[in-house]
Design a protein around this ligand. Structure first.
Ligand code: SF4
Length: 503
């Protein structure tokens, strides 16, 4: 049973899960390496870029409502949040029209603070955030500098918690601590579990405390409620679709953690099941909720693609003994989807695709592509661990497909894509620009305004691919006028030349 709750910080994923961040080979070889437990041993003799867990932590933290973010570090850390301002505000207001947008402060540590320490600046920033904005939560994110100079953030927070109205949540997410940037999710959930999640006041042990009608109604409501763990890369349309499917089974849905308030986390224990949409995102949180409070959880596939969605629904239904109802729902949705996809199939059959992004997303997306008769010629995942394994069950004939594990490292992608010559690149934001310069049409792997999940997600992806492939002229022009910086000698080399062959 997982229990790191008494530690100041959670272990990094290289240690906890044996997460791998460097690999080049086939999908079959990758899965073998993971099963044999040796994937985490690989590294690179040259690294071009890397992810930072501070930035990824903001993927959750920036979505919280009634919250102020205090970034404790140099002013550059987290400055990428500027790109989230619009989405964050729009999404928060879908939940609450009066919600504030994204508010963050930075302690702006400099050379003098590196010598004298940054705790005073942090105290000042927390007091200012509490006094000026009166938020429900103040999240303090510790970057590399305070972690290296030894600022005692926990001590500052426990000292100030006595005088602030807001709940203070420390997130220890210094970028240098890990190369598996998904450790960020554990850091955020660690702070939430230690400071926000509490047992409901009405009961010590989540049992009915009396036969009062209200208690019985609450008990019944809880027994039909699932916490759905959303991810920052989901859209409102994705949430609407998954909620529609679970409501059709008679289940209530509570969304956590993205776009939630502190109050929402206070109700986190009032549910019968915690359901993950992405194991990479949630395992730390929901396994702890089981260890500490006895709430069961489900981590399996991501509901992207028809088979993945059906499997995800059936697993949830099993918990509530609703298999027959789920079976009928799946048959109905599948028939409707077949009719809707008919118009796209002739245009998409046998077209080839390269997929790049989070490993859970890329493998799940491959199911949609195979459903449409398309062919996946290559994968690139940010990292790899056990949570990707169930997603392969919905795929056919991918054992010999190239799989590159690399967080960013565009030089490997550019070489691979040039060899594989796909008709389409589907990728994580930030990964598409280089393939656009290769003249290849692009589709984002996810997006805040589009539906990818559930049955309607399959239709939407098909519709958008059809449109993107119908005219690739724009990217052909980009390729003609925006040359890439790589020399021919790099394209002649093995794309995995800089990955140590230790697995
Ligand atoms: S790696 Fe460290 S210094 Fe760089 S952005 Fe991340 S937290 Fe800041």
């Amino acid at each position: 049973m997982m229990n790191y709750i008494n530690l100041k910080t959670p272990p990094v994923r290289e240690e906890r899960l044996g997460t791998g961040i460097a690999f080049g080979g086939t999908a079959c070889e990758l899965r073998c390496a993971q099963r044999e437990g040796c994937i985490h041993r690989a590294g690179r003799t040259f690294s071009q870029t890397q992810g930072c867990q501070f930035t990824l932590s903001l993927g959750i933290i920036n979505t919280l409502r009634n919250a102020v973010v205090v970034m404790h570090g140099p002013v550059g850390c987290g400055s990428c949040s500027i790109g989230n301002v619009g989405t964050s505000q729009a999404y928060k207001r879908l939940r609450d029209p009066n919600a504030e947008g994204l508010i963050w402060l930075n302690t702006n540590l400099d050379e003098v603070d590196v010598i004298h320490g940054g705790e005073d600046k942090l105290r000042e920033a927390i007091r200012y955030a509490d006094r000026e904005f009166r938020p429900e939560i103040v999240c303090v994110l510790a970057s590399c500098v305070p972690s290296l100079i030894g600022d005692d953030i926990e001590a500052v927070i426990s000292e100030l918690q006595k005088e602030t109205a807001a709940t203070l949540i420390p997130v220890h997410c210094a970028g240098f601590k890990t190369k598996a940037m998904a450790t960020a999710y554990d850091d955020v959930y660690h702070g939430i579990l230690r400071h926000l999640v509490k047992k409901p006041e009405y009961s010590e042990d989540r049992q009915v405390v009396s036969d009062d009608l209200r208690d019985l109604q609450r008990k019944y409501r809880e027994s039909r409620t699932v916490n759905l763990l959303n991810v920052g890369s989901m859209s409102w349309q994705d949430e609407t679709e998954l909620k529609r499917l679970l409501n059709a089974l008679g289940l209530n849905v509570r969304w956590l953690p993205c776009y939630s308030t502190g109050e929402d986390f206070c109700h986190a224990l009032e549910s019968a099941l915690n359901v993950s949409i992405c194991g990479t995102h949630d395992d730390y949180f929901i396994e702890h909720l089981q260890t500490l409070y006895g709430i069961p959880f489900l981590i399996d596939t991501m509901p992207v693609g028809r088979k993945n969605t059906a499997r995800w629904l059936l697993k949830i239904a099993e918990h509530f003994d609703l298999q027959k109802e789920a079976g009928r729902l799946i048959d109905f949705e599948s028939r409707e989807l077949d009719l809707a996809l008919e118009q796209f199939r002739p245009h998409l059959r046998d077209r080839t695709v390269f997929l790049g992004g989070g490993e859970i997303r890329v493998i799940a997306m491959a199911e949609i592509l195979q459903d449409l008769g398309m062919k996946v010629v290559g994968f690139k995942g940010h990292h790899y661990d056990q949570f990707a394994e169930p997603l392969f069950d919905s795929l056919q004939d991918v054992d010999n497909v190239i799989f590159n594990i690399a967080t960013q490292h565009p030089f490997e992608q550019i070489n691979l894509v040039r060899r594989l010559k796909p008709d389409l690149y589907i990728g994580h934001s930030g990964g598409g620009n280089i393939s656009a310069k290769q003249g290849i049409p692009l589709l984002p792997l996810f997006g805040p305004s589009y539906n990818y999940m559930g049955y309607s997600g399959v239709f939407e992806v098909a519709r958008r691919i059809r449109r993107v492939l119908s005219n690739a002229q724009f990217n052909r022009k980009i390729a003609q006028h925006c040359p890439l910086p790589y020399k021919d000698s790099w394209y002649e080399k093995d794309p995995f030349s800089y990955i140590k062959k230790e697995v």
